[in-house]
Design a protein around this ligand. Structure first.
Ligand code: DAH
Length: 339
């Protein structure tokens, strides 16, 4: 029996040396030390030994078992270590390789210009007011001195939700909403989206944007209107910009004017952008009509005001030299990336 045990030890130690993966080690353990392993089988034969030899053999068997166990665990550790080394080597990362730049989004040019214009007016003490895009017909037209059969309604045909409700054709109804809930002094701008049933072409879109302005107080004059718009034009188009008021008609202002600025491209010389006139029309304006003030329960004998409305899309195109309004709405990334 002693020989058998020594043989097991010798075989086991030799076999261990040859093994080089963890699975093989486990098979080795089962084969050698397991319940049905070689060592166990030999020990089963202990019963046939003379009693005085049993403890000696038992001790020897234990010693061999722990020797093999020790060798096995050393070998296991060695293989695990080697595997780890190998993985670390395979997984090294080169921290000096340049990273991938994330793609950054940008503001749409309309948003950028809107923010700029807002900042100009906020700097002059205006508040920002807002109103709904789905609006009462009466606020969009009647309250603005444009009753049902008024010819001015023709030029602002729009999308009707029903008889009384429409998609607003301009930001002017926000004047009404503001005056109905706030007493003068009033000094607001109202930026927003507006709608008209226009066919799409290079200068028309059924959706576009306006900024409305309204100032109502005692002793407000056309001089105040001219001063505000002149500062506005110089801030937005450059300090040399001049403004020109041309008589016009709007139902909700009296007197009314269209306002031109000197062409930002040719500075008044005349070029393709300004159709060789040197001037570019940018907005409508005037003194708030007494009927409009009265509709809002503001006494036109006591108060006066001015109002203006400008097209944001057109101004954006002027600032960036864009020649087609459709580009602003197509959301083609190749176009938008340029700003
Ligand atoms: N609402 C007008 C339009 O869309 C623009 C306008 C003209 C607004 C004169 C005004 C104004 O406030 O006083 O054509």
């Amino acid at each position: 029996m002693k020989d058998k045990l020594e043989q097991i030890r010798k075989n086991a130690m030799e076999a261990l040396k040859e093994l080089d993966d963890l699975k093989q080690l486990e098979e080795f353990r089962v084969r050698t030390l397991g319940k049905k392993g070689e060592l166990t089988l030999v020990l089963r034969g202990m019963g046939s030994l003379p009693p005085e030899e049993r403890p000696v053999m038992g001790q020897l068997a234990n010693e061999i078992r722990s020797a093999i166990e020790k060798a096995l665990s050393e070998k296991t550790a060695e293989l695990k270590n080697a595997a780890l080394e190998k993985r670390l080597e395979a997984e090294t990362i080169d921290v000096t390789v340049p990273g991938k730049m994330p793609r950054l989004g940008k503001l749409h040019p309309l948003t950028t210009v809107m923010n700029e214009l807002k900042a100009v007016f906020l700097g002059m003490g205006f508040d920002v007011a807002e109103g709904p895009e789905v609006e009462w017909d009466s606020y969009n037209f009647d309250a603005l001195n444009t009753p049902k059969n008024h010819p001015a309604r023709d030029t602002q045909d729009t999308f009707y939700i029903n008889e009384d409700i429409l998609l607003r054709t301009h930001t002017s109804p926000v004047q009404i909403r503001t005056m109905l809930k706030q007493k003068p002094p009033i000094k607001i701008i109202c930026p927003g989206r507006v709608y008209r049933s226009d066919a799409v072409d290079a200068t028309h879109s059924p959706i576009f944007h306006q900024i409305e302005g309204l100032v109502v107080d005692k002793n407000i004059t056309m001089g105040d209107l001219k001063g505000v718009l002149d500062v506005f034009a110089k801030r937005v188009f450059g300090p040399k910009t001049q403004t020109k008021f041309r008589p016009h008609h709007f139902p909700f202002t009296e007197p009314s004017a269209e306002v031109d600025v000197t062409c930002a491209i040719c500075h008044g010389e005349g070029c393709r952008v300004c159709s060789y006139t040197g001037w570019i029309e940018i907005l409508g304006a005037g003194m708030v009509h007494p009927n409009v003030l009265s509709y809002c329960n503001i006494d036109p004998e006591e108060y006066s005001g001015f109002a203006f409305g400008m097209g944001l899309d057109r101004i954006t195109n002027l600032i960036y030299g864009i020649d087609d309004i459709r580009l602003l709405f197509e959301n083609d990334i190749r176009f938008l990336k340029q700003f």
